[in-house]
Design a protein around this ligand. Sequence first.
Ligand code: NAD
Length: 260
Amino acid sequence: MLSGKRAVITGSTSGIGLGIARALASNGADVVLNGFGDPQAIEKERLNIELEFGVKARFIQADLSQAQSTRQFIEDSVSALGGIDILVNNAGIQHTDLIENFPIDRWDAVIALNLSAVFHGTAAALPHMKTQGWGRIINIASAHGLVASAQKSAYVAAKHGVVGLTKVIALENAGNGVTANAICPGWVRTPLVERQIEAMAAKNGTDIETAAKELLSEKQPSLQFVSPEQLGAAAVFLCSDAAAQMTGTSLSMDGGWTAR
Ligand code: NAD
C-alpha cells in the first residue's frame, strides 16, 4: 500500500517511533530512523527492517531539540531517500515536577523537543510535500494533548501545543494533498513510561508490576497498555486513501482515558 513512499520517523530507535517505522515499512515504505541509543542495537533494528520488509531503511542521527539540526535532518532525509512523503513527528521526552520546582532547563528541553521540533520538522518537510501534491504529517501528541495531569506542566503544554499546531498545518494545506493529524496515545509501555513505573514503585514501596497496574488504574479504564504496533497501524491508516479527507484531527488511542 505504501510502496514508493518515503517516510521519516523522528525518535524511532525505541518505543512508539520504532513501532510506527516498522508498520510503515511492512506496508512498503522506505524509512529514515532517528534517535539516540546503542549504535549496534540501532544498526540491528535498521537491518531487520530492510531484511524483513525489503525496503530501504536509513539511520540519521540528529539532536532534534535544536532548530537548525531538525531542519538539516529533514534535508538529509530527503537526500537519503530521494524525497519525503510522510513525516511522523514522534521524538519526545518527559520530566515530572511541581511547577515551582520544575528546573528551567527541563522546561526548555521538553518544549524544544516535544513542540518546537514538530514545528521545525514540518516547516522543512512541507515545501517538498506541496511540490509533489501529496504528503502526510502525523504528530504523536498524547492524551496529555487533550487533558492534563499534575506535575507534567511542560509535557502537557507541549502536547496541547502539538494538537493546536496540527490544526494549523491542516488548515494551511487543506486541498493541496497534504494532511496533518495527531495521534493521542494513553499509556504505552516504552522506556519513557517504564521510568515513571519505576518511580511509582519506589514511592509506594511496591514491585514493578504492581506499580504498572496502579499507573493504569489511575488513568486508563481499559487497564491495558496501548501497543506500538496498534499505533503503527493507526499511522498506516492515516497514510491510506481512506484517510485523504481526514485532516486536523486528534485520534485518541487511550483505553478510554479521555472519555471521562
Ligand atoms: P521512548 O523514550 O521509548 O522513545 C523516544 C525516542 O525519542 C527515542 O528514539 C529517543 O532516542 C528519541 N529522542 C530523545 N531525545 C531526542 C532528541 N533530542 N533528538 C532526537 N531524538 C530524541 O518514548 P516513547 O514512549 O516511545 O515516546 C514517543 C512519543 O510518544 C513521545 O512524543 C511521547 O511523548 C509520546 N507518547 C508516549 C506515551 C507513552 O505512554 N509511552 C503516551 C503518549 C504519548
